[in-house]
Design a protein around this ligand. Structure first.
Ligand code: AMP
Length: 192
C-alpha cells in the first residue's frame, strides 16, 4: 500500500502514521523527522554534520518550507531504495503542488501508484495548541504560526490535485486519536 498523510503542524500525522505502521508493517517516511534528525546531529563546534542538515536548518527552524528542488531530489533518492519497493507511508511529503506532480512522475517511472492521500482536517487554533504543547525546536509559537500559514497557502491547494484524481480521503482530525484511527481504517476499507 502507498499512502500520503497530509495535515498542518499538530494535525496528528505522526500519531496516526505510527498506528498505521504498527497495523500494516508499512515503512513510514516522515520528512519532518528526517530533517529534524539531520539538523540535530552537530559536531563539537555546533555545526551540522550532514549536508542535509546544513542545507535545511534555517528553513526548518523558522517554519519555512525547504525549497522544492531539494526535497524532490531527496525523496527521489529515498523512494528508489529497495526497502520501499513494496509500499510506504509518506508523512509530510508532498507539501506543494510541484512536489505532488513530481511524486506522480516518479511513480509513473517505476510503474507504481499512490493508493490514497489522507487529509487530517484540524482547525488552526487546535493546530496551534497541539504544536506548542510538544515543545520541539521547530514548535516555537512564531514558527508554528508560519507553518500553519504555509500549510493553508501551499499545501491546502494541493488537496485539489488529489481530489481531482479521486484519491483524497478527508478525515476529521479534531477527534480522539482512536476515533481518527477508526475513521481512517473505515475509509481505507480495512474495517466496516
Ligand atoms: P513536519 O514535521 O512535517 O511538520 O515538518 C517540519 C518542517 O520540515 C517543516 O516546517 C518544513 O520546514 C520542513 N519540511 C518537511 N517536509 C517538507 C516538505 N515536503 N517540503 C518542504 N519542507 C518540508
Amino acid at each position: 500500500m502507498r499512502l500520503v498523510v497530509l495535515g498542518g503542524p499538530g494535525a496528528g500525522r505522526g500519531t496516526q502514521c505510527e498506528l498505521l505502521r504498527r497495523q500494516f508493517g508499512m515503512i513510514w517516511i516522515s520528512t519532518g523527522d528526517i530533517l529534524r534528525k539531520a539538523i540535530a546531529a552537530k559536531d563539537s563546534d555546533g555545526d551540522c554534520q550532514t549536508e542535509l542538515g546544513r542545507q535545511t536548518h534555517q528553513y526548518v527552524e523558522q517554519g519555512e518550507l525547504v525549497p522544492d528542488e531539494l526535497m524532490i531530489q531527496f525523496m527521489r533518492q529515498r523512494l528508489l531504495q529497495p526497502d520501499v519497493a513494496k509500499g510506504w507511508l509518506l508523512d509530510g511529503y508532498p507539501r506543494t503542488a510541484f512536489q505532488a506532480e513530481e511524486l506522480d512522475f516518479l511513480l509513473d517511472e517505476v510503474k507504481q501508484q499512490l493508493d490514497q492521500a489522507i487529509y487530517l482536517e484540524v482547525p488552526d487554533d487546535v493546530l496551534m495548541q497541539r504544536s506548542t504543547a510538544r515543545g520541539r525546536f521547530d514548535d516555537q509559537p512564531e514558527s508554528v504560526q508560519r507553518r500553519i500559514e504555509l500549510f493553508r497557502e501551499c499545501t491546502q491547494p494541493m488537496l485539489e490535485y488529489y481530489e481531482l484524481r479521486d484519491r483524497l480521503l478527508r478525515i476529521d482530525g479534531n477527534q480522539s486519536i482512536e476515533q481518527v484511527q477508526q475513521e481512517i481504517l473505515k475509509r481505507l476499507g480495512v474495517i466496516v
